[in-house]
Design a binder for this molecule. Structure first.
Ligand code: 2P0
Length: 320
């Protein structure tokens, strides 16, 4: 049987997804909006086989470590009446579970490869619906550029679509990696605890709606300063939710806060630079392409142990 290979890129949420109203289908409480990134991706090959097996970065994973992938295979088979088992070989070109959203590219690539290996001719919208059930943010990684995930109210109505292909955007992102260790509190657990216990969660849908209304024209106008301001504020609004959960928690490490301060100081020098942070300690820095080298140098001068990768808007799913 032929091997089918799909490549999908990670995305960074500018307006965050934080909370599900349906666990099994991964239906979110709110829309979210992301930028797909060029340099972080997952390449996944699928071969029809006589048993399900999952290799990650060349290593055969135990049944326990494959459970999330196997559950997804079962969902896929049931949804599309597929009878086959699959050999899955996935290679991540991102540090795993370090707030770099590797599950977004992973489940997007897996969805595309599974559909192709099963001779299903799925639209991008259908792939987005499928990927969403693997990991919410994966619904957005089907597309390149700026992508909006419509929360919807059921499986059919919850999917992402491209908002802008970013071909006219001067935006650059610096990925500042301070910690590659797996996070203690998964996104799934973190968002559930927040939703159930933070007294501020009830205003989160309004916060997102408001931020989306402001960021969309800024994206169309290539207004990176406004994109940065809104994204940074939205990230802090999300992290304020984790700190007000019970028991409270944070994804910030000391280095995370150090980087936030460095960015803020650069703004005092009139450099247009902003940050966003996901469910981990690493920081994504948002800036104009013309400033990216200077900003990288300044970060390197002030951070002894950080790894900094410059990237730009990336493409949607492709096949080899
Ligand atoms: C996002 N994050 O919008 C948000 C912001 C992290 C912070 O989506 O539970 O792995 O698998 O649906 O997609 C990371 O969570 O969560 C995430 P699940 P996912 O990108």
């Amino acid at each position: 049987m032929n091997k089918v290979t799909a490549i999908a890129h990670t995305n960074i949420a500018l307006i965050k997804y934080w909370g599900k109203k349906d666990e099994a289908l991964r239906l979110p409480y709110t829309d979210s909006l992301s930028l797909t990134l060029d340099d972080f991706y997952t390449e996944t090959s699928v071969t029809v086989s006589d048993e399900d097996q999952f290799f990650l970065d060349g290593e055969l994973k135990s049944n326990a470590d494959s459970q999330r992938v196997f559950n997804f295979l079962n969902y896929f088979r049931l949804k599309y009446n597929v009878k086959n088992s699959f050999l899955i070989e996935s290679n991540n070109h991102v540090p795993n579970s370090a707030g770099l959203a590797s599950s977004s590219s992973a489940f997007a690539a897996l969805s595309g490869a599974l559909a192709k290996a099963s001779n299903l001719d799925l639209s991008l919208k259908e792939l987005s619906q499928l990927a969403r059930v693997g990991s919410g943010s994966a619904s957005r990684s089907i597309y390149g550029g700026f992508v909006q995930w419509h929360a919807g109210h059921d499986d059919e109505s919850s999917f992402a679509e491209q908002f802008d292909d970013a071909s006219n955007s001067d935006i650059n992102i610096l990925s500042v990696i301070v910690n590659k260790n797996k996070k203690n509190i998964s996104s799934t657990e973190g968002m559930n605890r927040t939703r159930m216990t933070s007294p501020f969660y009830k205003i989160w849908p309004d916060v997102v709606e408001h931020d989306l209304i402001k960021i969309k024209p800024a994206i169309k106008n290539n207004d990176i300063r406004t994109i940065g301001e809104i994204s940074e504020h939205n990230a802090m609004e999300m992290h304020a939710l984790t700190m007000s959960a019970n028991p409270p928690f944070t994804y910030f490490d000391p280095e995370t806060i150090e980087i936030m301060n460095i960015i803020s100081n650069m703004r005092n020098e009139n450099i247009s630079v902003y940050f966003t942070i996901d469910a981990g300690p690493n920081v994504k820095v948002i800036c104009h392409k013309k400033d990216v080298t200077l900003i990288k140098e300044k970060l390197e001068q002030q951070l002894a142990n950080a790894r900094i990768i410059i990237t730009k808007p990336g493409p949607g799913i492709t096949y080899k």
